[in-house]
Design a protein around this ligand. Structure first.
Ligand code: WTA
Length: 628
């Protein structure tokens, strides 16, 4: 660990914000604004909350009953009202809200008024199914506008959405539907991936075959008739919304009303359902989108995430719409049909804010600078990166090919935090590879296992005070929620290893736990292990993350085979196919090694740390607890 930190440190240079960026931005003096915000955080957050619309006011900003928080107590609001009605009641009514571009180049554009109508129709259609406030709806859609409609429609009438990334396979989808006890699943017949058709409907068929609580499956048919639907359970989206009124009042909800569940990986085999609520989440995503990206009405905002992950929730849907922004969202990969895809979209739509990932940047780097050079990227104003540490080399490339003057906001946060927590603002001096300093109102630190400040070397990233958009619990599993706050007593442990430099800049180095970040996607090693051991030829499995030049990390698995089984290319392929079927493409190990034994503690726990050190040719550290 110490070594990596040093390497990063040596490459760091400081990039000062240009005068033009500084003079036009909301927060021109970060130091002063930050100091003020944490002197009285409740006052700071209350001031932000007042920029939004509430049906009735709060009588208390925060109730902190460690580790349980409630924000804006007694207030009523609705995040969908703030994303839509707040704008349709203003001059923004006919402003473009969403520009969607399909993988095949198809374009669909919605103004705020049009989006409002679509959402209202979907909300009325949901009501027609007899759903009630608090019911769960699972959304398993490719990146198409209906995903946004149905999320906001749920929010509008107090339903809880659970979006599942459309790359997950049937068993993974099934366990998420079952845990949420969803009554309705919304899906599509097909997704597209580099021109290939991905049959989503078949995945849903398999998943719901074991979900007796699912009453209806709504299907967006992109190629009508591709899959015949079975009435009365399966309903075509168009027929479902047809004839529904374009009016539907957003219902006033207590600010602590759950808005969504989003499943994410942790240290156990079972994904956890992170719960976010209307009030605090709305305040946090609203202000971070505004300040971090310096979002103004004239901007065109392009975030490449998928709403299946938290970045899509907070920074495609909720944060930008709360701000009345014009959002560009595009289906498909950065290099399809060619590596100019995103640069082309930036030129065509005059994108000014571009929020992407280190993996995508490294992928585009491989194709060379000639690609971005072909396009006019002068509309860009602020850039962003998220999901994994960005290596200085990728940072510098991104900076250079976009003109050499646009600030890059390296934003650190998590599904659990709901909003960006550590990040530069456009006026803050940058160091390539560092997410710099905490956002206003956020107190972050680096500590050792006992919670003491670490002056040198790495430590654990922690958040020391509650913040409005923090998760409220883990769905049906409050004990797992408690773990975040009592692993290191008194503070929220993020699970990341981090280093704080002499300027107080934070350098996030990767996960401290058994979570691997493959292309920014969060995968629990335990989930992959349990998929592997469910294969008939495997007795035991251990999974680690290994550095990968493009994806940041890749999955490597070690397996012990059942007696009589022998290693072969076919067997390895069969193991990979099995993980593909159980979890999905993103979780398939790139490397599988057959081993006779695995390093274990005396109590039988596999020591992944030792495997990893061996694999990377490093010193495994303290191995006194090692049995074999
Ligand atoms: C990692 C994604 C370094 C980190 C928004 C965190 C980052 C995990 C950064 C959360 C960053 C996210 N620099 N690491 N800028 N952003 N991470 O829940 O390990 O999918 O704990 O949320 O991603 O992943 P999640």
């Amino acid at each position: 660990m110490a070594e990596t930190i040093e390497t990063l440190q040596k490459t760091s240079r400081v990039i000062q914000p240009s005068d033009s960026i500084k003079s036009g931005t909301y927060i021109q003096n970060y130091e002063q604004a930050y100091k003020q915000s944490i002197e009285d955080p409740e006052n700071f957050w209350e001031g932000i909350a007042k920029e939004l619309d509430w049906f009735s006011p709060w009588n208390k900003v925060l109730e902190w009953n460690y580790p349980w928080a409630k924000w804006f107590l007694g207030a009523t609001c609705n995040i969908s009202y703030n994303c839509l009605d707040r704008h349709t009641k203003s001059w923004r009514k006919n402003k473009v809200a969403v520009i969607w571009v399909g993988e095949d180049g198809q374009e669909r554009i919605f103004t705020y008024a049009a989006l409002h109508r679509e959402v209202n129709k979907s909300a009325n259609a949901l009501k027609s199914l007899g759903l009630h406030k608090g019911d769960r709806v699972t959304i398993y859609l490719p990146k198409i506008p209906e995903q946004i409609f149905v999320m906001l429609a749920c929010a509008r009438i107090g339903l809880i959405h659970s979006v599942v990334y459309s790359g997950f396979s049937a068993p993974a989808l099934q366990s998420r539907i079952q845990d949420a006890e969803a009554r309705v699943v919304v899906t599509a017949d097909l997704g597209y991936d580099r021109g290939k058709k991905i049959p989503l409907k078949t995945v849903v068929d398999e998943a719901v075959s074991n979900c007796p609580l699912v009453e209806k499956v709504i299907v967006v048919q992109r190629e009508k008739g591709h899959f015949p639907l079975t009435a009365p359970k399966e309903i075509d989206w168009d027929e479902w919304v047809q004839g529904q009124s374009t009016d539907c009042e957003a219902i006033p909800l207590d600010s602590e009303t759950p808005l969504y569940i989003l499943y994410t990986s942790g240290t156990t085999g079972k994904p956890k359902g992170v719960v976010h609520v209307h009030g605090g989440y709305m305040v946090g995503t609203y202000i971070t989108t505004k300040y971090v990206f310096d979002l103004k009405d004239e901007d065109v905002y392009f975030c490449v995430a998928d709403p299946g992950w938290v970045t899509g929730h907070s920074y495609i849907v909720y944060g930008p719409l709360l701000n009345g922004a014009t959002i560009l969202t595009a289906e498909g990969k950065p290099d399809y049909p060619n590596p100019g895809r995103w640069w082309d979209l930036i030129e065509q739509y005059g994108v000014s804010i571009f929020y992407t990932t280190p993996t995508a940047i490294r992928l585009l780097m491989k194709y060379g600078e000639d690609w971005p050079k072909k396009y006019d990227l002068s509309s860009l104003k602020v850039l962003g990166s998220v999901g994994e540490p960005i290596n200085p080399e990728a940072w510098e490339w991104f900076h250079r090919v976009t003109g050499g003057t646009k600030p890059i906001m390296d934003t650190w946060w998590q599904t659990e935090t709901g909003m960006i927590m550590v990040t530069p603002l456009p006026s803050v001096p940058l160091k390539p590879g560092s997410a710099t300093r905490p956002f206003l109102g956020v107190e972050a630190d680096v500590v050792d296992r006992e919670g003491k400040n670490t002056d040198h070397g790495g430590g654990f990233a922690v958040i020391t005070k509650p913040w409005p958009s923090m998760m409220r619990t883990i769905y049906k599993d409050p004990d797992r929620y408690l773990l975040y706050w009592n692993t290191i007593p008194g503070v929220y442990t993020a699970g990341d290893v981090c280093h704080k430099d002499e300027d107080g800049y934070l350098w996030f180095m990767g996960r401290a736990d058994d979570v691997v970040k493959v292309a920014g996607n969060r995968i629990g090693t335990a989930e992959v292990e349990s998929a592997l051991v469910s294969h008939e030829s495997v007795v035991e499995a251990a999974v680690i993350g290994k550095p990968h030049p493009t994806a940041g990390e890749m999955i490597k698995a070690f397996v012990i085979l059942k007696q009589g089984e022998h290693e072969s290319t076919d067997l390895i392929k069969s193991l990979k196919d099995h993980v593909l079927r159980e979890l999905g493409k993103i979780a398939v190990p790139r490397e599988i090694e057959v081993v006779p034994s695995l390093p274990k503690t005396r109590s039988g726990k596999i020591m992944r740390r030792v495997l990893k050190a061996k694999e990377l040719g490093q010193d495994p550290g303290d191995i006194s607890t090692l049995e074999e």
